[in-house]
Ligand binder design. Sequence first.
Ligand SMILES: NC(=O)c1ccc[n+]([C@@H]2O[C@H](COP(=O)([O-])OP(=O)(O)OC[C@H]3O[C@@H](n4cnc5c(N)ncnc54)[C@H](OP(=O)(O)O)[C@@H]3O)[C@@H](O)[C@H]2O)c1
Length: 387
Amino acid sequence: MTVKKRISILGSTGSIGQNVLNVVENFSHQFEIVGLSAGSNIELLMEQIEKFKPKIVSIKEKKMADLIMENFKGVEVGYGEEGLEKVATHPLNDMVVSAIVGIAGLRPTYKAIKAGKNIALANKECLVAGGKIIMNEAKERGVNIIPIDSEHSGVFQCLKKEKKEYVKKIILTASGGPFFKTSIKELQEKKVEEALKHPRWKMGKKTTIDSATLMNKGLELIEAYWLFDVNPSQLDVLIHPQSIVHSLVEFKDGSILAQMSITDMRVPIQYALSYPERLNNSCLFSLNLAEINTLEFYSVDKRKFPSIDFARKALIEGESLPVVLNAVNEVAVQAFLEEKIKFTQIFKIIEYTLDKHKKENIEKIDDIFRIDKWAREQAHKLIKKGL
Ligand SMILES: NC(=O)c1ccc[n+]([C@@H]2O[C@H](COP(=O)([O-])OP(=O)(O)OC[C@H]3O[C@@H](n4cnc5c(N)ncnc54)[C@H](OP(=O)(O)O)[C@@H]3O)[C@@H](O)[C@H]2O)c1
């Protein structure tokens, strides 16, 4: 009999979280759920509790936690940061899936690592803001961090049997998002519903807007830096509208390995959960290249999408700069979603705050939250001023 891998999910009600549960359901002989956590989607969390019978759950607010407790007598129920921490560090966890969106995912992921839990990482903001601290802690505790992001999963797979010194370049692909063919002038007037129409992937709102601004790729560059320990100059981005090739690794002998799969997050999720094993394809489709016929690649128009340059600047300067980038981006994206600013103002607010910020060293996790708070305040001020 196989021993089941016991998993807790931080952010089980999100797009990634639901896909993780789908994989767990498809491989119920391999995986079992220990803990689940949600922000405010209590209905879905209760459905998930009913179906997956976790030992522990957490939700953002106490009154929701009380309601869950009334309905599920045998389940340990927590709320807020403490609740997340309990899910993340539960003694039964073999692996924790980090799938909360934004900086809210950082502390519980850090706690899970401190408790020695292997991490399947979707929350890229964790490494963007806390890369140094997260990776040092993981190294010290002997914790594996397996990427869920399709691009990083691709690189991880390409590098599995390779020496680091052989790597010349890591190239992450981007679909180009809904505005790949939009002119700079037209970009200004793009509305929320247009930005939310991603051509390839179905994701949460924040991540979808990040894909439209290409900040998603900027954040992924920083994530790749921490995961694969290369120089920033070895990292690059290519637009690939078909989203079939997720990433490429060029080696010093000129050989390039690319990882391909259908556009379905269950593929990298399943790999992260089953690593180092591979399980059968649980999706309904296999990749059929003859049907796809054409794979295109383009350079990024950095004038139209300055996010990649912002991320590169933050990565090269390091320390507090990526924290600022991440925080300001979260605030600006939320303001755009609430129709308080125009699409292109997201870029302006990020650029202005990055320029204004005086770099500080990050020594401990609380430094990140202090700088994150400063950056959010700056961004809110700029939004109020109408920059
Ligand atoms: N979606 C993708 O295809 C994809 C691919 C690669 C990487 N990622 C990364 O994975 C992460 C999650 O993305 P997503 O698209 O799954 O986002 P999403 O659909 O918006 O889901 C976010 C999850 O986080 C929970 N959450 C949000 N704020 C919280 C808080 N303050 N406390 C506790 N829980 C909170 C949400 O709970 P409620 O819904 O209950 O409020 C939900 O479960 C992001 O970092 C994203 O960049 C996503």
